[in-house]
Design a binder for this molecule. Structure first.
Ligand code: ZN
Ligand code: ZN
Length: 592
């Protein structure tokens, strides 16, 4: 998992609003000046993007529009649609083939954004059926927790934002038509949680600030109004929407799923192709697991006959291997100790060039980020704050009950902890980020492709094991199989839940049987699969595309293929969709 600083936006809120407005049209010049023109245009495009999406901007560390609150009325949607139409017209003045490779990708990403924004607003229309799109807590927390501005300035921005909160929640109520029950429940939970942002800590901040007595009084009044509005919204959902029982299915259906997949993932493959690839890969993983478990069985259960049920044998061997793990007190240190080993391995095996001037800082997860269920994550500086440290957050286990710590340590045992560190740190997320920051495209930072980013991290797990990391043993490969099965099943589940008709019971059975997951993990995954669409497919899609691209280049280049050169070239384009990177890597003559 990867997150940017200060980003508390809900998953779904990200692309729901739209871009627009600013003066003159760009003019397309002679080819030499086209790139300069386009660079200037990109800047204007981003300015208007932030103007129309102030909350997204705050989350990315751009704070000029912090004081604005978008009231999601029908009039506002029209204004945004008009702005998107203007952007589309402006884009037509550039001929993509005249741009540099770097700008071509940026152009495609901007174009894709304009299509996406239109799709979300007019076709998907989640602003009607997802009441969790409306929650003022996240964006106010982003402003409050950001440290770029002095407290007084942040509080004034919050005060101005909150002055429209009554209209905001009124518009939200107007928008809701036949929501899903699942997103209604989510909105209730999240708005109740969002109330915490407007509690004692904020009131204390106001009290100790340098605001005038009058400003303090206004702000405290608005905080009280905000609490009432949020409580009113929760009551509306609980007492009107839920009892009315007019729900639509949480499944968006095959056609919308295919379209959303194309726009969100921007893959070479269609949703259907990825689903079929995931089914085939699942069978491959199962075969490999059974084969390795049968070989390991006599070593870990000497003298015992191999169970006739091959899945039971896999389960038993995994259980035994999971017993080898760090101690609760030594967990953070165990992660830290692996970093130099990974750095050295990547160097010694010529996998890619690393930058020793940008060390990764391993730290205990800050308190406000704990408890999300992610035991480890990378916090990367946002696009406006690139010089800041990159942190590897590891949640310490010392405060947890012995039983909980033990269950966690079995999950992140001696084998999977190494795979986790590859994924999160080296040469996974952290290494990819260092490369991405070298191709300084704000467009790629903002519209960074999630499938490429997660796909790279997943790809490196397999690539490192292929290079011999972990000793090429049945043990480490068996544990990788199980680990990789999770992302494979995520893709299958996403498709079957959103584009198919799988029931909760069947989904949980699938995750438990083929994924060897615990009941609680499987139930959580079902919930996530009902609330999101496409996102669960991104890991498998991205990693499969990268792996396939590598194999394709190997076939094409034969003995001239060089793994290190492949990795470095692949990463040099920034966080662009694999589809476009593939296009550029397969036509080496067109580099600039
Ligand atoms: Zn990740
Ligand atoms: Zn144990």
């Amino acid at each position: 998992m990867l997150h940017r600083y200060a980003s508390l936006l809900p998953l779904t809120g990200l692309l729901t609003l739209a871009a627009c407005n600013s003066g003159s049209k760009p003019t397309s010049g002679i080819p030499e000046t086209v790139n300069a023109d386009f660079d200037r245009y990109k800047q204007r495009f981003i300015d208007s993007l932030w103007y129309y999406n102030p909350e997204w901007a705050s989350g990315q560390g751009y704070h000029r529009y912090d004081s604005l609150l978008v009231v999601p009325t029908a009039g506002r949607r029209q204004t945004e649609a008009a702005a998107l139409a203007r952007r589309r017209q402006e884009m037509k003045t550039f001929r993509v083939e005249e741009l540099s490779v770097n700008n071509q990708t940026d152009f495609r990403l901007m174009e894709n954004y304009l299509q996406s924004a239109g799709f979300y607003a007019d076709t998907l229309r989640d602003w009607q059926w997802n009441p969790a799109n409306y929650n003022i807590g996240g964006s106010v927390a982003d402003i409050l927790n950001g440290r770029y501005w002095p407290l007084d300035r942040r509080l004034r921005a919050i005060s101005s934002k909150l002055s429209r909160v009554v209209d905001y929640y009124e518009a939200a109520k107007q928008n809701i038509q036949r929501p899903t029950r699942e997103h209604t429940d989510l909105a209730i939970r999240q708005n109740q949680g969002g109330l915490e942002v407007f509690g004692k800590a904020l009131q204390d901040s106001v009290a100790k600030s340098g605001l005038s007595a009058r400003e303090k009084q206004d702000l405290l009044g608005r905080i009280a109004t905000t609490r009432l509005s949020m409580e009113g919204y929760v009551r509306f959902l609980q007492q009107e929407v839920l009892p009315a029982g007019q729900f639509r299915s949480f499944r968006i259906g095959k056609a919308l799923f295919a379209r959303k997949f194309a726009l969100d993932i921007q893959s070479t493959y269609s949703a259907e192709q990825v689903y079929r690839k995931a089914l085939a890969h699942k069978q491959e993983l199962l075969r490999d697991m059974k084969r390795r478990a049968a070989r390991l069985y006599p070593k870990y259960f000497p003298g015992q006959p191999l169970p006739p049920d091959s899945l039971a044998a896999v389960q038993q061997v995994i259980g035994r291997l999971s017993q080898q793990h760090a101690t609760p007190a030594g967990f953070v240190q165990a992660v830290q100790d692996q970093m130099p080993t990974l750095v050295k391995w990547v160097d010694d095996h010529h996998l890619l060039t690393q930058d020793p001037t940008k060390p990764l800082v391993v730290r205990e997860t800050p308190l406000y980020m704990r408890g999300s269920g992610a035991g480890a994550s990378i916090s990367a500086p946002g696009p406006y704050d690139k010089a800041a440290n990159t942190y590897y957050n590891v949640e310490p286990l010392t405060g947890q009950s012995a039983a909980r710590a033990e269950s966690y340590l079995r999950e992140y045992n001696q084998y999977t902890l190494q795979i986790l560190n590859i994924h999160e740190a080296i040469p996974g997320h952290y290494t990819q980020l260092v490369y991405a920051n070298r191709s300084p495209s704000l467009i790629k930072s903002i519209f960074g492709n999630g499938a490429m980013i997660e796909g790279w991290a997943v790809y490196t797990e397999r690539m490192m094991l292929e290079s011999g990391y972990g000793g090429n043993t049945d043990e480490i490969w068996l544990m990788w199989d199980k680990w990789n099965m999770r992302v494979t099943l995520n893709a299958i589940l996403d498709h079957e839940v959103q584009a198919g008709a799988i029931t909760e019971a069947a989904a949980v059975a699938l995750l438990r049987r083929d994924g060897f997951q615990e009941e609680a993990e499987a139930r959580n995954k079902w919930l996530r699969a009902t609330l999101s669409q496409v996102q669960l497919s991104s890991y498998f899609t991205g990693s499969t595309e990268i792996y396939d691209l590598r194999e394709e280049l190997k076939r094409q280049q034969g003995s001239a293929f060089n793994l290190k050169a492949f990795h470095e070239q692949f990463l040099s384009y920034g966080s662009a969709p694999v589809k476009y990177i593939r296009h550029m890597m397969l036509q080496p003559d067109k580099q600039d």
